[in-house]
Design a protein around this ligand. Structure first.
Ligand code: AMP
Length: 135
């Protein structure tokens, strides 16, 4: 059965897209830890545990995540982009990319900042522009 993230990558469910290529898709987290918090996924779901992915999908996912992280860093003021892989909630492999000012920004138990839909759209556009420019 298609996961919610497969349906997002297929455009059946709306998302704030920040980058895409043939095999991978990146979009803003709906409940961000920080402004610009992005999820990076393989479009085709093989396994929900990242370390079970086949070699090609695994290395491709991380290579794409690196390009997206560079675009985030250009578009969102931050010291660096942090990485987390949890998968406790959505059973579709995904990498979290979180713009960091301090290490506490990667605390998944903390209160999340309020980010309006308008601001999410604006941040997504800025990251997408930076991603497209780098290509
Ligand atoms: P986890 O599976 O523990 O890595 O967490 C799943 C993440 O996906 C959470 O940070 C959610 O806020 C995020 N999330 C869940 N549904 C959506 C959605 N429809 N669009 C964007 N992000 C989502």
């Amino acid at each position: 059965m298609a996961t919610i993230f497969t349906r997002i990558a297929q455009g059946e469910i709306p998302s704030y897209k920040v980058a895409e290529n043939e095999d991978y898709y990146a979009f803003l987290d709906i409940n961000p830890l920080a402004k610009g918090h992005t999820l990076v996924i393989p479009k085709k779901m093989e396994d929900d545990y990242i370390f079970h992915l086949d070699e090609k999908t695994y290395t491709g996912l991380w290579a794409f995540a690196r390009e997206v992280a560079a675009a985030i860093r250009e578009a969102v003021p931050c010291k660096r982009v942090g990485v987390a892989v949890l998968g406790m909630e959505v059973p579709h492999t995904h990498i979290h990319l979180v713009p960091l000012q301090t290490e506490g920004d990667l605390d998944f138990r903390k209160k999340r900042p309020e980010v309006s839909a308008e601001e999410q759209a604006q941040i997504a556009r800025a990251i997408l522009n930076a991603y497209e420019k780098r290509k």
